[in-house]
Design a protein around this ligand. Structure first.
Ligand SMILES: [Zn+2]
Ligand SMILES: [Zn+2]
Length: 366
């Protein structure tokens, strides 16, 4: 748009130089001036409306457990962070403001609307990555795209990060997190610091105790009960995790104030096993998996379908964490939606084309 504006200005300048008569200038100057102002106004509106973020709306759950929204806000962040790589519209050093959206694991799908984004990942034929049904979690979606396009996601090339979500775990103009929150807390100390609020409970970074390499044992919603930096007495709280549902599978705790089982979580969603249990078959880089779209309740084996649920260890353990031996990667991977809502350059170009031809017409006819 800015390019078109500059071109338009250049054409006006050329017109004013080569315009044959002052009569011509009189004829064209008034409408030109008003159109110039209109055009300037449209540029201003454009710039103001660029990365337009909608306000995050933290849902309520007055009688837990509750289903969490499958698409849209499940909570909101409470701290800001700094982007570490270039990804979509964000560049190294960009601020990811507080009160950003926290979404659940699912993407709405990929269609021709995301063509340019998919091509930007390095996928030569974006159509092989289209999935209009959506409802696959960010990890599955990214692996599916990697397989279909035969590319590596996420990957880093120089300062550029290629992934469905960026290095901090979110994406798009209306920035929303699906996972990670890696730029919202530091991997140091004991319990990770708070990154957001999910209904009436706090959400933390992934570590129960970073110094001692302890990861939390979490229920099907993604929460557990223990002390936090905000509370010395044990309270229900969420941690982000490296596997689905990444953020939350539901709003806990259970009706008795305890942890939420996989079965209880699935009972909250009509999409869980409502397809007779057969699910969909999805081809991933790692092989073929059976998957239940829009069911955010994953068992200990990472499955979100079937009756042979492998209950999460948190439900049968008195511990609230387990110790990892090796250093765990804190990377986030990705999935994205939403092309930029940039104003149509087509409109800008047709406006310029109109002025260019009008200018030529006046120059040679009058
Ligand atoms: Zn914890
Ligand atoms: Zn998304």
């Amino acid at each position: 748009m800015l390019g078109a504006w500059l071109l338009f200005e250049a054409m006006l300048y050329i017109c004013s130089i080569f315009g044959p008569t002052s009569r011509l200038l009189k004829i064209v100057s008034l409408p030109m001036a008003s159109l110039r102002w209109l055009s300037a106004l449209s540029v201003a509106v454009q710039v103001a409306g660029q990365p337009q973020s909608s306000t995050c709306s933290n849902p309520t759950c007055s009688s837990p457990p509750c289903a969490a929204p499958l698409l849209g806000d499940v909570g909101c962040t409470t701290v800001s962070g700094t982007e570490t790589y270039n990804h979509e519209l964000l560049t190294v050093g960009s601020t990811i403001a507080s009160n950003a959206h926290i979404y659940g694991p699912f993407e709405a799908g990929f269609t021709s609307m995301q063509k340019s984004i998919i091509e930007n990942w390095g996928c030569t034929d974006a159509s092989v990555a289209y999935d209009s049904e959506g409802g696959t979690d960010i990890g599955t979606a990214e692996s599916k795209v990697s397989k279909a396009c035969n590319i590596e996601l996420p990957r880093i090339e120089g300062n550029n990060y290629y992934g469905v979500v960026g290095p901090c775990g979110g994406h798009t103009n209306d920035y929303h997190f699906h996972r990670g929150f890696t730029c919202l807390y530091s991997e140091s100390g004991a319990h990770s610091t708070k990154v957001g609020e999910v209904a009436s409970h706090n959400m933390y970074g992934k570590w129960e105790d970073y110094d001692n390499q302890r990861l939390p044992l979490l229920d099907a919603c993604g929460g557990h009960i223990g002390p936090t930096p905000e509370s010395s007495t044990a309270v229900y709280h969420y941690h982000v995790q490296d596997q689905a549902p990444f953020t939350v599978g539901c709003h806990g705790p259970s009706s008795s104030g305890g942890l939420v089982s996989v079965a209880t979580c699935r009972a909250l969603y009509s999409d869980c096993d409502n397809d007779g249990g057969s699910g969909t078959t999805i081809e991933l880089k790692t092989g073929t998996v059976a998957y239940d779209r829009f069911c955010p309740c994953f068992d200990a084996a990472g499955s979100n379908m079937g009756t042979n649920i492998q209950e999460l260890p948190a439900l049968s353990s008195t511990e609230i964490y387990y110790t990892v031996n090796s250093t765990t990667d804190s990377s986030s991977d990705s999935t994205s939606t939403m092309p930029s809502a940039t104003m149509d350059s087509a409109t800008a170009w047709s406006i310029s084309a109109f002025f260019v031809s009008a200018c030529y017409f006046l120059m040679f006819q009058l």
